[in-house]
Write a protein that binds this ligand. Structure first.
Ligand SMILES: *[C@@H]1O[C@H](CO)[C@@H](O)[C@H](O)[C@H]1NC(C)=O
Ligand SMILES: *[C@@H]1O[C@H](CO)[C@@H](O)[C@H](O)[C@H]1NC(C)=O
Ligand SMILES: *[C@@H]1O[C@H](CO)[C@@H](O)[C@H](O)[C@H]1NC(C)=O
Length: 208
């Protein structure tokens, strides 16, 4: 902690370094997105994906859920990623909540006592969460925004609502179709880039 604060203080002292930091102040995750965008919508929601280039068979989009992600990078938690319901076939985290730019999948009855917490998403990464025993007071990355556009609400990550794709994951151990930000060819241990197609991700208020 001390080391981290010292590093942050060091960077903050140098004005030119500040824009490169992932700043955490309220609203930063919506910077650059249109007015009406919010990092804390007053409702919980579900997510769907609509194709940007391929034909859509579902006018409201393909429902998205949490499914297993790439094989564990952390011994203490499992990685889950946003997936299509059509390919994952189950929905243990029935809706999402966005608070100050931190995105929280909310556990259903089978996942009681667990929490899903977001982490920083690099270019080319799947939209993932650590699932671990629920912990209050965690400091989660504030990188998501409910972006307002043409009367709809789109999910944005890293101030960008226009660079999501759905990609076929490398089976682990089940096949899955996962949401990726700025999909690229060099993540072939996680997904097959040749299968990726562009989508926008829509929020729909959920009545819990
Ligand atoms: C959103 O979900 C959380 C977790 O279930 C709940 O505590 C909160 O009251 C919900 N918010 C709304 C506006 O329904
Ligand atoms: C988007 O295109 C893919 C590939 O053709 C298709 O599987 C998917 O159902 C489409 N999504 C919607 C919402 O229709
Ligand atoms: C189409 O969207 C509705 C509402 O989100 C959903 O219930 C249904 O399962 C979707 N159908 C397909 C084929 O994805």
């Amino acid at each position: 902690m001390f080391v981290l604060s010292a590093i942050v203080a060091l960077f903050a002292a140098s004005a030119s370094a500040v824009p490169a930091l992932n700043t955490r102040q309220t609203g930063a995750s919506c910077a650059g997105l249109s007015s009406g965008s919010t990092d804390t919508p007053a409702y919980n929601f579900t997510l769907t994906a609509l194709n940007t280039t391929l034909p859509n068979t579902n006018a409201t989009g393909a429902p998205l859920v949490l499914g297993w992600g790439p094989a564990g990078s952390s011994p203490a938690s499992s990685d889950w990623v946003i997936s299509t319901y059509a390919e994952w076939h189950s929905n243990e985290w029935p809706y999402f909540s966005l608070q100050s730019g931190a995105l929280y999948p909310i556990p259903g009855p089978d996942e009681e006592g667990l929490g899903a917490y977001d982490y920083d998403i690099a270019s080319g990464a799947a939209i993932g969460f650590y699932v671990l025993p629920a912990e209050s007071g965690r400091d989660n990355p504030e990188i998501y925004c409910a972006a307002s556009r043409n009367g709809n609400t789109l999910l944005a990550v890293n101030n960008d609502a226009d660079s999501f794709s759905l990609c076929q994951a490398v089976p682990n151990p089940y096949p899955n179709n996962i949401l990726v930000w700025q999909a690229k060819a060099d993540n072939s241990d996680v997904y097959d880039f040749s299968t990726c197609y562009g989508v926008q991700v829509f929020l729909f208020p959920y009545d819990d």
